[in-house]
Design a protein around this ligand. Structure first.
Ligand SMILES: [Zn+2]
Length: 243
């Protein structure tokens, strides 16, 4: 029997974001084979994992002069990001090729995993890492915001972009070492208190977690508005492992 392709497939053949093969009408953004091979981290099932260890090290350095005792922060990514592996194309296409629908789709994949998990199910707010307004103006969108909207919709919680602002325009991070990256984003964010803020558990969302310095700066800015009783966790699509 001849397969009848939906009209949209004929007009604009849809291909897998990872392998480039044509998608079946039942598939969205990624083919079943690539979805099955996705190197999931399963960090959402672990209170302590390599990403949370790295993140807590970053935030401990930032708050060491403070008398406030921070509890251990949770961190999870959907998949392990290897610079040479084809899965790098997921964050790449969302960030540079305007694939907003894929951003929401993979954000929902992440949100579904966080939603029913013991460490994450009390989440009541999602906040994306903001772009400086000049960069958002040029790109037309913020990739972290697109992913965060998917995370928030899958978890059934609101997401807000009015509480955290990027006040410093930072250059590209890709060619910097760990110390340079940390300096580059130092004091780059500002948090504002807007109305009554009654939240228990906030997730900051970004596309890829590398050194954790950007998310650490966001954490520090939000901590100025939210007392330590409010848990602040981080979630991203990709996690760049060691080496
Ligand atoms: Zn594929």
């Amino acid at each position: 029997m001849k397969r009848i392709a939906p009209a949209i497939d004929l007009l604009l053949p849809r291909t897998c974001i990872v392998c480039g093969n044509r998608l079946l009408s039942s598939e969205r953004h990624i083919c079943l084979e690539c979805a099955a091979e996705m190197p999931l981290t399963y960090f959402w099932k672990q209170s302590h994992n390599p990403m949370s260890d790295r993140f807590n090290e970053v935030i401990q350095k930032k708050i060491e002069d403070s008398s406030v005792q921070e509890s251990y922060a949770y961190a999870a990514a959907l998949f392990t990001y290897q610079p040479e592996a084809p899965f790098r194309l997921i964050p790449h296409n969302i960030k540079y090729k305007g694939d907003i629908l894929a951003g929401e789709h993979f954000g929902r994949m992440l949100g579904k995993r966080l939603k029913d998990n013991v460490f994450w199910k009390d989440t009541d707010l999602v906040i994306p890492v903001p772009l400086h307004w000049t960069r958002k103006f040029r790109r037309g969108y913020n990739q972290a915001e697109v992913i965060a909207s998917g995370v928030a919709s899958a978890m059934g919680v609101p997401f807000r972009t009015d509480l955290l602002t990027r006040i410093k325009r930072t250059g590209t991070q890709t060619k910097l070492n760990i110390e340079e990256k940390a300096l580059n984003v130092a004091d780059a964010f500002e948090s504002r208190k807007c109305g009554t803020l009654k939240y228990r558990h906030i997730i900051i969302v970004d596309d890829v977690f590398t050194t954790g310095s950007t998310l650490g700066e966001c954490f520090r800015a939000l901590r100025e508005v939210f007392p330590p009783g409010v848990r602040i966790s981080v979630a991203t699509l990709g996690f760049v492992g060691e080496g």
